[in-house]
Design a protein around this ligand. Structure first.
Ligand SMILES: [Zn+2]
Length: 110
């Protein structure tokens, strides 16, 4: 059985890379892999891949694609604060639990 890592970020979150070679860059999470503890972040950690020849591109080609980043190397960003922030749990009037910026209170869940 694969042990699933508890993820502190979710798909759709805007995050900033806080460690590694892409440090300081930010983007939206396109996908998460809790089994591996990695995330795919928009425009971060581009890796070149050779694609097989297809009908459209008979020569094959090189495609650039986002590679996985360790989830522990990214931190959630608040668009209002324009910085990585701590999360505060907030309960809305309808009982829905959301994540909010601990600094300005901006709700970070869509
Ligand atoms: Zn904020």
């Amino acid at each position: 059985m694969v042990s699933r890592v508890k993820m502190h970020v979710k798909k759709g979150d805007t995050v900033m890379v806080i460690a590694g070679k892409e440090k300081g860059k930010s983007g939206k999470i396109l996908g998460i892999n809790p089994g591996k503890g990695t995330v795919i972040v928009e425009k971060i950690n581009f890796i070149k891949r050779h694609s097989r020849p297809t009908n459209k591109a008979p020569q094959g080609g090189i495609i650039e694609k986002e590679g996985p980043v360790k989830a522990s190397n990214v931190n959630i960003m608040c668009s209002k604060c324009d910085a990585t922030v701590r999360i505060r749990k907030k309960v809305l009037d309808d009982g829905k639990k959301v994540r909010a910026c601990a600094k300005c209170g901006e709700i970070l869940d869509q």
